[in-house]
Design a protein around this ligand. Structure first.
Ligand code: HEC
Length: 139
């Protein structure tokens, strides 16, 4: 955090990490370096480590969830099952058991799928979405 991104870019190619351009291209390396040095945010003030509850306002988060997320995840968050029929995992499940992961995905999107990254919004707003996601069914 806070380091010069060029140092991280170089580190990707050094003998310790040794990523070839075929594995991580210069363009992707640039983005990765920016994420590592400038893109992370402390979220401890937003999630209670004991109860795992988000301190956000679920009522405010509901508006965004129902407008943006529901298009793919469904109005109750169960249109996409990340696991199996017998052992389902929905937005509500992830938000409940691993709120940090859910918040990370809400901020940055999910790799390889067209889920939008909402990091242009205030972190507080994303924490509100997380709070609402925690009210959704987990199975
Ligand atoms: C364009 C469709 C789309 C939209 C809009 C969308 N998502 Fe997703 N989301 C996906 C897909 C596809 C996945 C990956 C599903 C999988 O792994 O099977 C995903 C994954 C996730 C995961 C991660 C699950 C895991 O594996 O840990 C979370 C949490 C999540 N979405 C929450 C949200 C929230 C909250 C919103 C609204 C702010 C949202 N998504 C908007 C398509 C979308």
């Amino acid at each position: 955090m806070g380091k010069n991104p060029a140092i991280v870019e170089e580190a990707l190619r050094d003998s310790i990490h040794g990523y070839a351009p075929g594995q991580i291209s210069d363009e992707v390396g640039k983005r990765l370096a920016l994420f590592v040095t400038r893109g992370q945010q402390e979220v401890d003030h937003f999630i209670d480590p004991k109860s795992l509850r988000s301190f956000g306002d679920a009522g405010l988060g509901e508006r965004i969830f129902q407008n943006v997320c529901a298009a793919c995840h469904g109005f109750d968050g169960r249109a996409l099952n990340f696991k199996s029929e017998e052992n389902p995992e929905f937005v509500g499940t992830v938000a409940g058991v691993n709120p940090w992961e859910a918040l990370h995905k809400i901020r940055n999107g999910h790799p390889g799928v067209p889920m939008p990254a909402l990091r242009f919004l205030l972190l507080q707003t994303l924490v509100d979405i997380l709070a609402y996601a925690q009210t959704l069914p987990d199975k």
